[in-house]
Write a protein of this length. Sequence first.
Length: 336
Amino acid sequence: MKRTLSSVVLATSALLLAGAVLPGEAAPAAHGTNILLMGTDGRDTISAAEKREFHAGGFACDCTDVLMVVHVSARRDRVSVVGLPRDSYADLPAHRDEITGKKRPARPSKINGAYAEGGPRLTVATVESMTGLRVDHYLQLDFRRFIDAVNEVGGVEVCTARPLKDRATKLDLKPGKHRLGGGQALQYVRSRKVDRAADLGRIQRQQRFLVQALRGLQAKHLLTDPVATAGLARTLLGSGRGEQGFTARDLVELATALHKVPARNTEFATVPMAGFNPTRQDIGSTLAWDRAKAAAMFTKLREDRPLLRPGAHPKPYDPPRMTRAVTVRGSAYACR
């Protein structure tokens, strides 16, 4: 079943507030909970008219366009979100083909190729092998759920200090604040040709959107209203809720635990990069992680420690820089 990328953004907001623990789990894990958010680039969940209006057509590779690790602290008082660029070099673990049943050996790939070759199971295994984290749960989402969820909450306000124009998605925002409906929000979180930052810039915009979606949900008290929360959860989970292990009831119950988490207690990062690897004929151009810095980042998450020191409030680069990754508090991405 194909699913697409961008609902991951608003869904992360729900997960930030809902705790994202597994159904039936009596209490958070001692070292917190890790959720892998994945969105593939399948284009079959929205209408042809919507594809034309929001420039969401094109060729689909059936791979993950978005991967984010969301770490919820054991005390449910802190959330850390780390973006994994889709062109990151990866060694896919040995696995059994889900269709043929044949064993396939480990092989090099881009990280987004794991889904095309082995679905969510291989994607999870690949991320676990690269980060050293245990993925407690994963969530897949699509364009349809994203558009509907944004519209359901009355849109999301975003802000930009510079013009944002993308020739592919036709995003065109002037400096200032903008309230985006579902389709416009889809263009905003998909755009990767705004500047030379490409996918790193897109990840940053997605994280800015997350902060603003979270603020909007809190300001409207939607997550303290059981009926409204249940409706939003059903929209986000869609028909995939059974296979993903989440139910609307799980999210409603857990929303009450984290609805007061302020933006300053959320952290947003992209895994540190060392630059580009030499191009390979079999997998093309790939991004190289800064192994030492990435290991330090994921060690903190494994040990349920914050990524930032107390009192630290670094400012993000806009657009982001390849080898100078900055972890920021959610408050740094909030509109003023």
